[in-house]
Design a protein around this ligand. Structure first.
Ligand code: PMP
Length: 317
């Protein structure tokens, strides 16, 4: 079973706090109604020895869109948000591990929609530097809810309830992740990533109007595909297209870009030339090995990081 890491520090209430002191009150809306919006950020050790966080500004902008849609106040300027993320990451940085951080606006005061106050809470976790391995994927019987029920284009914890059920279903069927179809029975996304399907040399992905998060990684992959001369098209994808695809991969900040080896137990072609090339391009860009103009990296000053800690703690937060 994957255990939640408990790094020494959390950012909360405008400052770093010890992990065990980062608490929310049981009566707050963040707990009683799960009221929050959040972002998952990835930071990588760079080829030049520095540490860089990927697309921080884009994540901030999506956090703002999510908070606007759910009427959760977001009083943080970009500069304050960036400073909070960098402060925590700099404190927790380790030479042998990349990091993933969750920046959450929790509603800590107010009742339902009225008079709400949110606090920015940031937790960050150490990550293995290993590239992602090919996955077995299934198609869930659970569905993405419609845009007028739970809007999938933004990031809020409620959207992950159905993903959790799909993952539990997938485990029983030997699948490492699951595709969620939308209410029309077409492909939306997986439980925590978007989906890429190759047919006859073209990469297809469903637009967010099909019930997918407005993914930042997907925009990067599109930019790489354009630079590499690979046709990239956002269009509706039928369920059966998954079964006859030439290649499939998923993509997201945490997932990165793993290829898929089977779908509902049916093997896909072993060779994945297009998506493997995109995966390599992606990893080389976010690690600064082969920079790409679409990838914005914000440097973390690691001078305050702790010394003498073990090198690598791979785990899934
Ligand atoms: N869909 C879902 C449900 C996700 O949780 C994620 C991860 N944030 C993605 C797609 C990919 O989004 P992004 O590329 O912005 O990380």
């Amino acid at each position: 079973m994957a255990e939640l890491q408990q790094p020494e520090f959390v950012y909360m209430g405008g400052q770093l706090r010890a992990w065990q002191d980062a608490k929310l009150h049981v009566g707050c809306e963040a707990l009683t109604r799960g009221l929050n919006v959040y972002e998952g950020l990835k930071g990588y050790w760079q080829a030049d020895g520095q540490f860089g966080v990927v697309m921080l500004k884009r994540h901030y902008e999506r956090l703002q869109r999510s908070s606007r849609l759910l009427h959760i106040p977001c009083d943080w300027t970009y500069e304050a948000y960036e400073s909070a993320v960098l402060t925590l990451m700099a404190r927790l940085l380790r030479p042998g591990s990349d990091m993933w951080a969750r920046t959450t606006l929790f509603v800590v005061e107010g009742h339902w929609g009225e008079g709400t106050v949110a606090d920015l809470v940031i937790t960050a976790y150490h990550q293995s530097k290993q590239p992602p391995a090919p996955l077995s994927l299934g198609v869930s019987t659970w569905r993405r809810s419609s845009d007028v029920a739970l809007p999938a284009r933004i990031k809020t914890s409620s959207n992950y309830q159905v993903g959790r059920l799909a993952r539990i279903e997938g485990r029983a069927r030997g699948c490492q992740d699951m595709v969620l179809l939308n209410e029309s029975g077409r492909v939306a996304e997986t439980t925590g990533a978007c989906i890429l399907v190759v047919r006859n040399g073209t990469v297809y992905t469903p637009p967010s109007t099909e019930g997918a998060l407005e993914s930042i990684t997907l925009d990067l992959v599109e930019s790489f595909a354009i630079s590499m001369g690979i046709p990239f098209v956002r269009r509706q994808i039928d369920r059966t297209e998954l079964l006859i695809a030439d290649e499939i991969a998923i993509c997201g900040t945490l997932a990165e870009l793993p290829t898929v080896r089977s779908i509902d137990g049916l093997p896909l072609p072993e060779q994945t030339p297009i998506l493997s090339a995109l995966q390599t391009r992606y990893l080389n860009a976010v690690r600064g090995v082969d920079p790409h103009p679409a990838v914005q990296l914000t440097r973390v000053d690691g001078s305050s990081k702790k010394k003498g800690v073990p090198d690598s703690v791979p785990s899934i937060p």
